[in-house]
Design a protein around this ligand. Structure first.
Ligand code: NAD
Length: 480
C-alpha cells in the first residue's frame, strides 16, 4: 500500500514512533494509503518548526506574502482537478460536482486572502496631552493550530489556513483523520507556491492524541478549530485555562422558513439543495424546515418528489447529488436519529434507510416531537424535519427553538417579511430567497450559541488572527 508522509519544517517525514494509520474510501471501503500516526514528539517538532518558520514568513513584505498566496491560487486554478479531484472523491466520498465546487472555491479563498495581506490596518487616536501620540498597530499572533474537519477537506482547510497566513502567522495543521490525504496535497501546493518551508506544517493523527497534544502545546498562540460542538467545547475549555485565542466553527441545526407567499414547488427545490448536498454533511444544511400552513401540503408533496428524484449513483457520475456518509459510525447516528423520531410519533414521508453501503436515502420526517434528536441535534446526514406554522411569529419562534445558530434561510417574495424574520432569527447568517448553505470568501462565517465563537472570512479573519497593540510616544510639543 502506498505511504504519504507528513510535513514538518519543509521535510516530508514519518512519525517519530514509526506508527501509521490507514485511510479508506467511504464509497468502496478500499484502502487508499497509509499516513503517519503523529504523537507528542511529532507535534512538538512541528510547533518548533512553525515557531522558527514564523519569522521567515512575517519578515516578508505584505506584497511578498500576497504573491505567494496568489501563486497558490493560480496553481489551483490551473491544476486543481489534477491535484485534488480524485483525492476528494475517494477520500471524503464527495460527488464530482461537490468536489469541483470545493476546488473552485479554494481559488476564490486563496485570492481573497492574498489581498488581506496588505490590509493589516492599525489606527491612531486623539490624546488630550498634546505632547503624546497614540497609535494602534496590528500584529500576527505567531503559531496558529489549524484543526480541520472531514466534510469539506479542501475548501475549509484553504480558508482556515489562507487567512492566518495572510495575517503573517505560521501554521500547524491537524487535518481530520478521515481526510489527511487532501490536507497533505494542500501542503504540497503551498510549498510549490514558494512559501518558506517551515511556515506550513502538517501532522496527521487522531484527534484525542495528536489534536489534543497540538492545541495544548504552550507555543501555540491561537487555535482555529472547525468541527463538532462536542470537540469545540473540549478544546475551548482547555484553551481558556491558558487564555489562548480561539476561533471555533462548530455544528449547526439550521432552519429554513417557507412563508405563505412562497411558491411551494420552487421552495422545495431550494430546500432539497440546502439539505441534501453532500448527503447533509454540511454544517449549514437546512435540516429543519418551517412551512406556513397555507403552502404546507403542496410543499411537503414537492419535497417528497424532489427527494425521490435525486440521483445517488457513482461519485464520478455528473448526475450524482451525493454519495456515502464518511463512516459507519456517522451513518448509524443518522439512522438512530430517524428511528428515535419515528418511535416517538414522527411520520416518515420518504427515505429512512440505507440505499447501499454508507449511502442513506434522502429522508423527510413530519411531525417530529421537538425533544427528539432529529429536531434538536445535528444529524449531519440527509435527513430533514418539516413542521407547519400558523404565522410569521410562530415560524420565527420555531426557528429559534434551537441551541445552535449558524445559518438560516427565509423563502419569500416579500423582502420586508424576509428582513423582519432575518432580524429576529438568532443565527450567524440569514439568507432570504436562498437556502441556508451559502459561502462567500468575504463574508463573516460563524455562529451563535453552540455553533461557535468568532468569525472567518475576509477582514473578519484578519481580526481573529492578529493582536492589536497600543503604542504611545512622548514626542514633545508639536505645532498645532
Ligand atoms: P470532529 O469534531 O469530530 O473533528 C474535527 C477535528 O477535531 C478533527 O481534525 C479531529 O481529529 C479533531 N479533534 C477531535 N477531538 C479533538 C481533541 N480532543 N482535541 C483536538 N482536536 C480534536 O468533527 P468532524 O466530524 O470532523 O466534522 C463534522 C463537524 O464539523 C460537524 O459538527 C459540522 O457541523 C462541523 N463543521 C462546522 C463548520 C462551520 O463552519 N461551523 C464547517 C464544517 C464542519
Amino acid at each position: 500500500m502506498s505511504f504519504v508522509a507528513m510535513l514538518i519544517g519543509g521535510n516530508w517525514v514519518e512519525a517519530a514512533s514509526g506508527s501509521r494509520f490507514a485511510v479508506t474510501a467511504p464509497e468502496t471501503g478500499a484502502l487508499l494509503a497509509e499516513v503517519p500516526r503523529a504523537g507528542a514528539t511529532d507535534v512538538h517538532r512541528s510547533v518548533e518548526a512553525a515557531r522558527q518558520g514564523f519569522m521567515d514568513w512575517y519578515r516578508l513584505t505584505p506584497a511578498q506574502r500576497e504573491a505567494a498566496l496568489l501563486r497558490a491560487a493560480e496553481i489551483v486554478a490551473a491544476e486543481g482537478e489534477q491535484r485534488f479531484l480524485d483525492t476528494l472523491i475517494d477520500e471524503s466520498g464527495s460527488a464530482i460536482r461537490k468536489a469541483r465546487m470545493e476546488i473552485a472555491y479554494t481559488v476564490d479563498l486563496l485570492r481573497t486572502a492574498a489581498g488581506e495581506s496588505r490590509r493589516l490596518y492599525g489606527e491612531t487616536f486623539p490624546n488630550d496631552d498634546p505632547q503624546r501620540i497614540s497609535m494602534v498597530v496590528r500584529e500576527p499572533l505567531g503559531v496558529v493550530a489549524v484543526v480541520s474537519p472531514y466534510n469539506a477537506p479542501l475548501s475549509l482547510l484553504a480558508k482556515m489556513c489562507a487567512f492566518p497566513l495572510a495575517a503573517g502567522n505560521s501554521i500547524v495543521i491537524k487535518p481530520s483523520e478521515e481526510t489527511p490525504l487532501t490536507a497533505l496535497a494542500f501542503g504540497r501546493l503551498l510549498l510549490d507556491a514558494g512559501m518558506p518551508p517551515a511556515t506550513v506544517n502538517i501532522v496527521t493523527g487522531y484527534g484525542g492524541e495528536c489534536g489534543a497534544e497540538l492545541v495544548n502545546h504552550p507555543d501555540v498562540r491561537c487555535i482555529a478549530l472547525t468541527g463538532s460542538t462536542a470537540t469545540g467545547i473540549q478544546v475551548g475549555q482547555s484553551a481558556l485555562t491558558k487564555m489562548r485565542r480561539m476561533q471555533l466553527e462548530l455544528g449547526g441545526k439550521s432552519a429554513m422558513l417557507v412563508l405563505e407567499d412562497a411558491d411551494p414547488v420552487h421552495a422545495a427545490k431550494i430546500a432539497a439543495q440546502g439539505i441534501f448536498t453532500h448527503a447533509g454533511q454540511i454544517c449549514m444544511a437546512n435540516s429543519r424546515i418551517v412551512v406556513a400552513n397555507r403552502v404546507y401540503d403542496e410543499f411537503v408533496q414537492a419535497l417528497k418528489a424532489e427527494a425521490e428524484s435525486l440521483h445517488l449513483g457513482d461519485l464520478r457520475d455528473e448526475r450524482t447529488t451525493y454519495g456515502p456518509l464518511i463512516n459507519a459510525r456517522a451513518a448509524e447516528k443518522v439512522l438512530e436519529h430517524i428511528r428515535e423520531a419515528v418511535s416517538a410519533g414522527a411520520r416518515l414521508l420518504t427515505g429512512g434507510e440505507i440505499l447501499k453501503g454508507l449511502v442513506i436515502k434522502p429522508t423527510v420526517l413530519l411531525e417530529v416531537p421537538r425533544d427528539c434528536a432529529a429536531w434538536r441535534e445535528e444529524s449531519f446526514g440527509p435527513v430533514v424535519s418539516v413542521v407547519p406554522a400558523a404565522d410569521l411569529d410562530e415560524a420565527i419562534a420555531l426557528a429559534n427553538d434551537s441551541d445552535y445558530g449558524l445559518s438560516a434561510s427565509v423563502l419569500t417574495n416579500n423582502l420586508q417579511w424576509g428582513l423582519h424574520a432575518a432580524r429576529r432569527i438568532k443565527s450567524g447568517a440569514v439568507h432570504i430567497g436562498m437556502h441556508a448553505f451559502q459561502s462567500n470568501a468575504l463574508a463573516p462565517i460563524g455562529g451563535v450559541g453552540l455553533s461557535g465563537v468568532g468569525r472567518s472570512g475576509g477582514h473578519y479573519s484578519t481580526e481573529e488572527f492578529t493582536e492589536i497593540k497600543w503604542i504611545s510616544a512622548e514626542v514633545g510639543s508639536l505645532p498645532v
